[in-house]
Design a protein around this ligand. Sequence first.
Ligand code: PLP
Length: 457
Amino acid sequence: MNKPLPNSIAAMDAAHQIHPHTNLRRHLETGPNELLVRGQGIQVFDETGKGYIEGAAALWCSSLGFGNERLAEVAKQAITDLGYYHNFRGSGTPQAAQLCSKLADIAPEGMDKVLLQSSGTEANDTALKLVWYYWDAMGEPKRRKIISRHEGYHGTGTLTSCLTGKTKFHEGYGLPFSDFHYVTMPYYYRKAEPGESEQQFSTRLAEEIEALILREGPETIAAFWAEPVLGSGGAITPPEGYFEKVQAVLDKYGVLFVVDEVICGFARTGEMWGSQTYNLKPDLICCAKALSAAVIPISAVIVGPRVFEGMMQQSDRRGSFTHGYTYSGHPVACAVAHEVLTIYEEMDLVTHVKSLEPTFLAGFKALEDHPLVGNIDGIGLIGALEIVADKDTRAMHDPALQIMPMLDRLTREHGLITRLIGNRIALAPPQIITQPEVEEMFARLKNALDNAVNNIN
Ligand code: PLP
């Protein structure tokens, strides 16, 4: 990567922008990898005009693709009409009311209360407060402990970093706090014992959760936290029977279930909610990203009746529900999100994703025998393949080979952006993708994999 030209945008960026998940010292030297300046449909274009299929919908979020004029018009109207108002102390805007009502219509049955937030992290952080608030209302304030999974991702705020089961988000920050416990991720390919079936693996993982609950004392366990499909953990689908067995343990000990649908919500897994795909019984759902097709920051916690009852008792006791942000229920974001949900209705999002799922999964299947591919995984429009050096032993490549950065470069050369997670290449394209576009996306991926084989040999 070259040093940016003096006085260029890249030079401004290098000098002044602190980028998340980026080596800061190297960035001062090199500036941004690329500057993306426009988008259309499922493609984004850099400043040289080169187009890329965004195979990961940016950060799993651009469900309607890029450059959407209809949403721009809605935002413009909402800014022109009012621009901003809050929802504190009972104040309202039509935009927030209409969004909450529409979200309640599509939420899993029985969940019809919506608490608006601005990001996935905020939604998870708020859900955590609600869990503790609930148990306090129930007269069980000792129920503070949270169980989440290794490699689960729930945000990078102070408390949400603790929910997140990735140690790199803890290191250097003195986290996690003591009430957070982690259990094995449901990653059958790498975590199952030799000869263990998916069902046996799921039983073992559910037993691990039960053993943890008993060890810590059921009277101290507040909630279990999970994404239906592990997103940033590798686009990993749960093994057969996993959630059924986990749900039974949670029910046995009265533990709340918070389902993080920040990636899985809005048909990513083929049903409107991952909770429906896997038959979960959430007490709280966190959603964000595709709620507004990511064109404007907004998220929500969808609250089920059990927790809402606790919240009402608290607000009776204390006079009001003491939680909220300036931008919760921002009318411009609400107007855009409402329009996004209307577009989902018009395009019959769930049917559309279901109709594409066979082509999407066939794309992975066709790569299963590729010499670099050890494992394929997917559901709906989210999936991944795992790069290995040896298909039999599942050994990974020598780090010196830098196979994943090589694959990133090669896929980009072929006009495809993917999401790399460890040695997995994840795909979660915008939900508006068409069948020919799915096929084109996999053709580009195959070309990159073939080039990598040639480079290695
Ligand atoms: N939860 C999940 C499952 C996510 O994938 C993410 C972000 O990728 C978050 C929470 C955090 O969302 P945000 O980055 O909007 O704070």
